[in-house]
Design a protein around this ligand. Structure first.
Ligand SMILES: C[S@@+](CC[C@H](N)C(=O)[O-])C[C@H]1O[C@@H](n2cnc3c(N)ncnc32)[C@H](O)[C@@H]1O
Length: 225
């Protein structure tokens, strides 16, 4: 979620984009269309998308998971970074939002890479585990309802292979996590989630201050998951 990296002045943000962003035209078009959508702020920022594409390439990922598709920017940026045989299992509850995503996946020629499940993500993740797909994913991106984060994280930690990576979005929550006055239930959940990951010895982690905050959780090889 979020249009740009928080804490950066506009001129510095514009400079960052001008010297680093290599956004394919299809992603620019999707970003422009989503900007007109009433919930357009839910889309990840382009520099975050490019960062995630780089992570996918660094991991040599072939099989990835996405929790929270919306109009499809993050899934498309990952699909474009995957090799031809690469696959994404994508979870969302909205036919309406993902109809836009499907249109762009089609235009970009990546439809065959993406297996979209329209259902509460927890059901899809449990089905994957029941189907014996634990430790078969290289990368997971969590960007759906914040109340589900802990469950999505625990399932994803089982589904990614040792040495696989989970990226969790919005962990800085527009800065509200650091405001002691903010006792909103969503803010409190994200704070508790961040504290849990800080203590979690199953992973190595970094909270990257890109966009609205992206925690990278690398599943340690010795972890039983
Ligand atoms: C922040 S948006 C995702 C943004 C997307 N990653 C992007 O790059 O544009 C969150 C999405 O999570 C979906 N969502 C909300 N609750 C969900 C649930 N229980 N299971 C699956 N998806 C859910 C919403 O429909 C919405 O599309």
């Amino acid at each position: 979620m979020g249009k740009q990296t928080i804490g950066l002045e506009q001129n510095l943000y514009d400079y960052l984009l001008s010297v680093s962003l290599r956004e394919p035209e299809i992603l620019t078009q999707l970003r422009q269309e989503t900007a007109q959508h009433p919930s357009g702020r839910m889309q990840i920022s382009p520099e975050q998308g490019q960062f995630m594409a780089l992570l996918v390439q660094l991991l040599g990922a072939k099989k990835t998971l996405e929790v929270g598709v919306f109009t499809g920017y993050s899934s498309l940026v990952v699909a474009l970074a995957l090799p031809p045989e690469g696959k994404i299992v994508a979870c969302d509850i909205s036919e309406e939002f993902t109809a836009i995503a499907r249109r762009y996946w089609q235009q970009a020629g990546v439809t065959d890479k993406i297996d979209l499940h329209i259902a509460p993500a927890i059901e899809t993740l449990d089905q994957l585990l029941a189907a014996g797909e634990a430790e078969t994913f290289d990368f997971a991106f969590i960007d759906a309802d914040k109340s589900g984060y802990d469950n999505y994280y625990e399932r994803s930690l089982k589904l990614v292979r040792p040495g696989g990576l989970i990226a969790i979005d919005n962990v800085l929550w527009s800065g509200r996590v650091a405001d002691p006055e903010d006792q909103n239930s969503q803010t409190k959940k994200i704070r508790a989630f961040n504290q849990k990951l800080h203590q979690d010895q199953r992973i190595s982690l970094s909270l990257v201050p890109i966009a609205d905050g992206l925690t990278l959780a690398w599943k340690r090889p010795q972890s039983a998951g």
